[in-house]
Design a protein around this ligand. Structure first.
Ligand code: FE2
Length: 245
């Protein structure tokens, strides 16, 4: 079931349902090496190694078109990614320290890092580009850039909505290519796959089912309408990169 696909990735490392799962042997191997992940993380914090902290997005509660139930569930899901990112990084650090790098355990944790880290970061970009009121400033820099890349703001929006409406679960992301400065809408099927190298995420829309089904059922188009009504364009504009092109 698609709904479970992301959820299991964030709630537990023990799940076996994901395609690229963390093997039992790998996980228990890690557990044997470093004790429980929670203990390992506490040790990392004590030793001053960086751990990621989940951010508070409660300011979004009450946002028109998004129920508090949906948002609170989504925040919990996000927090799972932060926790698992920390666990993976600590596990990898421990294996590196012990010289156990040519091992299946190391390889599996390393492979999984892209899923958990991007799951954390993409949700942060998503929540942070919500909570705004009013449309894009048509005379602003971003609108100008979108016009240059797509011919008009309207053409960009049409393409972005179409990207987010595609069948399947994933993300619609407006990326800026930092080398050319061009803007391209990408469909990202899984957190860890398909991102453009050197791309700066400018606007992110989560279209995993957990992002809308509680409020909209299968009516994804209605969710996309609500998303557009709440884009924080000022925050989005801040993500524009200076580039030479
Ligand atoms: Fe999500």
């Amino acid at each position: 079931m698609e709904w479970d696909k992301e959820g299991e990735g964030s709630h537990t490392l023990f799940s076996l349902t994901r395609r690229r799962f963390l093997s039992l042997s790998g996980f228990f191997g890690l557990a044997l090496i470093s004790g429980s992940p929670d203990i390992a993380m506490a040790r990392a914090e004590k030793e001053g190694r960086m751990t990621y902290q989940s951010k508070d997005y409660n300011r979004l509660l009450g946002m028109e078109g998004f129920s508090d139930t949906l948002l609170k569930n989504h925040f919990t899901l996000y927090q799972g990614y932060v926790t698992n990112t920390n666990k993976l990084m600590e596990g990898l650090n421990q294996l590196l320290k012990e010289g156990k790098i040519a091992t299946p355990e190391y390889a599996e944790l390393k492979r999984r890092l892209g899923w958990e880290f991007n799951g954390m970061r993409l949700h942060e970009y998503y929540f942070e580009n919500l909570g705004g009121k009013g449309g894009i400033h048509k005379g602003g820099k971003l609108a100008q850039k979108l016009m240059e890349s797509f011919g008009s703001y309207e053409a960009w929006e049409k393409d972005f909505r179409a990207t987010g409406s595609m069948r399947g679960i994933g993300w619609a992301i407006l990326y800026q290519d930092i080398l050319s400065g061009k803007f391209i809408n990408f469909w990202i099927n899984e957190h860890d796959v398909g991102h453009p190298a050197g791309g700066m995420p400018i606007l992110i829309m989560d279209v995993f089912e957990h992002a809308f089904m509680i409020d909209y059922g299968l009516k994804r188009a209605d969710y996309i309408e609500a998303f557009f009504r709440n884009i924080n364009w000022a925050e989005v504009e801040k993500r524009l990169l200076l580039h030479k092109a």
